[in-house]
Design a protein around this ligand. Structure first.
Ligand code: HPA
Length: 267
C-alpha cells in the first residue's frame, strides 16, 4: 500500500492545509493539535523508520494529522537526517505524500547553532536563505527537468514578513539569517565555524536544506524557523552536546508553540 493510501484509509477524505516538520526537541507543538490521527512512520512505506532505520533520540517518528487554529495540519514529528544513512532524499516520500494530500505550505523547524553573537541560545531565528555546505542534494538521481529547481526566494518572503509581524505582536524576539548546512553528525570544528561566519552564515545545522529543496520542487511555500540551542563551536565556553541541544530546545519550543499557531491562523 502507498503511504497516501494508508493515510486515506485512516484519516479519510481530509485536505491538508499545511505540512510541518519538527526538529530536535521541538515536537511539543503536537500537543496543541486537536482531533488527532497518529500514524507511526513504520506503517508508512517510504517514510523514515519504515523498515530498519533507527531514529535519533529526541526526534519523533509519527505523522500526526489534526486541527490547529482552524487549519488541517499534518505534522512530521521527526526527520531523517542526511547523516543517518547518507540519503539526502530521505524526506522526499513524506513531503510528496503531504503535498498530494493538499498541503501548499511547508513549515520546518530545526535546532541550530548561532554564528551571531547577538543571537543566543533560546532565541529563534527565521531562515532567509541557505548555504549548502554539505554539498549533497536530494534531487541527484531525479531524471526529469523538475530537478532544476530555482532557490531564489525559496524561503517565502511573504511568510517571513508575516512571521516577523506576528512575533512582534507576541513579544517574541526574532531575527532573520542565513543557515549553513553541514552534514554532521560530528559538530563543526572551530575553524569551520569561523569560515562559515566569514561566508555570511548566521546559523549552522545538520538538516532542513534537503527538505527546502524538495519542497520547492513540489511547489510548496516554504517557511523555516531555527531554535538556537548553542553558539557555534569555539564561540562559547560551554561544550556543545546533543544533551544540551535538547535542553535548550525546550525554551525555543515554547516560543514556537506560540508563533506557529499564529502563523497557521493567518494562512
Ligand atoms: N552545529 C550543527 N548542528 C547543530 C548545532 C551546531 O552547533 N546546534 C544544533 N544543531
Amino acid at each position: 500500500m502507498t503511504p497516501y493510501e494508508t493515510i486515506r484509509e485512516r484519516a479519510g477524505d481530509i485536505t491538508v492545509d499545511a505540512a510541518l516538520v519538527l526538529g530536535s526537541g521541538l515536537a511539543g507543538l503536537v500537543n496543541l493539535i486537536e482531533d488527532t490521527i497518529v500514524i507511526p512512520y513504520r506503517d508508512l512505506a517510504g517514510f523514515p523508520g519504515h523498515g530498519s532505520t533507527s531514529m535519533v533520540s529526541g526526534h519523533g517518528s509519527d505523522l500526526v494529522i489534526g486541527r490547529l487554529r482552524g487549519k488541517t495540519v499534518a505534522v512530521l514529528t521527526g526527520r531523517e537526517h542526511y547523516y543517518e544513512r547518507g540519503n539526502a532524499a530521505a524526506m522526499r516520500v513524506p513531503l510528496e505524500t503531504l503535498a498530494a494530500l493538499g498541503a501548499r505550505t511547508l513549515m520546518l523547524t530545526n535546532a541550530a547553532g548561532s554564528l551571531d553573537d547577538k543571537v543566543r541560545p533560546g532565541d529563534l531565528m527565521l531562515i532567509s536563505d541557505h548555504i549548502n555546505y554539505a554539498g549533497a542534494n536530494p534531487l541527484i538521481g531525479e531524471d526529469t527537468d523538475r530537478r532544476f529547481v530555482s532557490l531564489v526566494d525559496a524561503y517565502d518572503p511573504e511568510l517571513r514578513r508575516l512571521a516577523m509581524d506576528l512575533a512582534g505582536e507576541l513579544d517574541i524576539p526574532l531575527t532573520e539569517g542565513v543557515y549553513i548546512w553541514f552534514s554532521g553528525p560530528s559538530f563543526e570544528s572551530v575553524a569551520e565555524i569561523r569560515m562559515a561566519a566569514a561566508l555570511g552564515a548566521d546559523a549552522v545545522g545538520m538538516s532542513t536544506v534537503p527538505e527546502v529543496i524538495i519542497g520547492r520542487m513540489l511547489g510548496l511555500r516554504v517557511w523555516v524557523c531555527s531554535g538556537i540551542t548553542n553558539m557555534g563551536a569555539g564561540m562559547a565556553l560551554e561544550e556543545i552536546s546533543h544533551a544540551q541541544t535538547k535542553n535548550v530546545a525546550a525554551i525555543c519550543a515554547q516560543k514556537l508553540e506560540k508563533l506557529i499557531p499564529a502563523m497557521l491562523e493567518a494562512l
